[in-house]
Design a protein around this ligand. Structure first.
Ligand SMILES: [Zn+2]
Length: 212
């Protein structure tokens, strides 16, 4: 008798933990993370384009989806934050050509599947560039334009946006090809990390381990 009561209690405790406490903890962690990294806002698209579309996983567009990744993490970001765009929304934006309303830098980050927990847009040589990073990782994805023939050496550059990966510990570009103005970019990334990690020391309870 006592064993069956204990078994029932264990099952109840498991259900409360798994379906109530764990989701609350995860939500809090994502929100803290979202608060720490500023939003990367994409251009807004007229509501006239908004519609519900049923595909395999029952997707709605207006930057809302029913998929697991969206419910778990992406929905906590602000409207028009690039991190809301799960693969279903991205696919729908491409299919309906609404992606043409996005600027080239945002489109290049979307092509990279928006895998980072933080994005920072900044300016270099009168160009918009962006960094994708995780506050606890030493690797940073840099999205910047390639130089084309005829471009001034100091920029701005007119080539397409590309992704470059920087190992910030070694100041080394992972795939060998550095972007134009690579020294200046390394400097900008160092300043960004200095600022982030300085803030982190002030609030050591922050936790970033939510990216999957
Ligand atoms: Zn989705």
């Amino acid at each position: 008798m006592i064993w069956s009561i204990l078994a029932v209690l264990a099952i109840i405790a498991f259900i409360i933990g798994r379906f109530i406490i764990v989701p609350i903890m995860k939500r809090r962690r994502v929100l803290r993370n979202a608060w720490k990294c500023s939003s990367y806002i994409t251009p807004s698209i007229s509501e006239d384009f908004d519609r519900n579309i049923s595909v395999k996983s029952n997707v709605k567009v207006h930057q809302t989806c029913n998929c697991f990744g969206f419910k778990k993490r992406r929905r906590f970001y602000n409207q028009n934050d690039i991190r809301r765009l799960c693969r279903h929304i991205r696919k729908e934006l491409a299919r309906s050509k609404l992606i043409d309303h996005f600027d080239p830098l945002s489109r290049r980050i979307m092509r990279d599947r928006i895998r980072d927990s933080c994005y920072k847009k900044t300016e270099l040589a009168s160009m918009e560039i962006a960094f994708g990073y995780h506050p606890n990782s030493d690797f940073v994805r840099v999205f910047t334009r390639r130089a084309q023939e005829g471009d001034p050496a100091e920029g701005p550059f007119s080539g397409p946006y590309e992704k470059f990966v920087l190992d910030t510990v070694q100041s080394h570009w992972i795939y060998g090809i550095p972007p134009p103005l690579s020294r200046e970019i390394i400097q900008l990334v160092a300043e960004m990390f200095k600022e982030i990690r300085g803030k982190e020391e002030q609030d050591e309870n922050l936790n970033y381990d939510d990216m999957e």
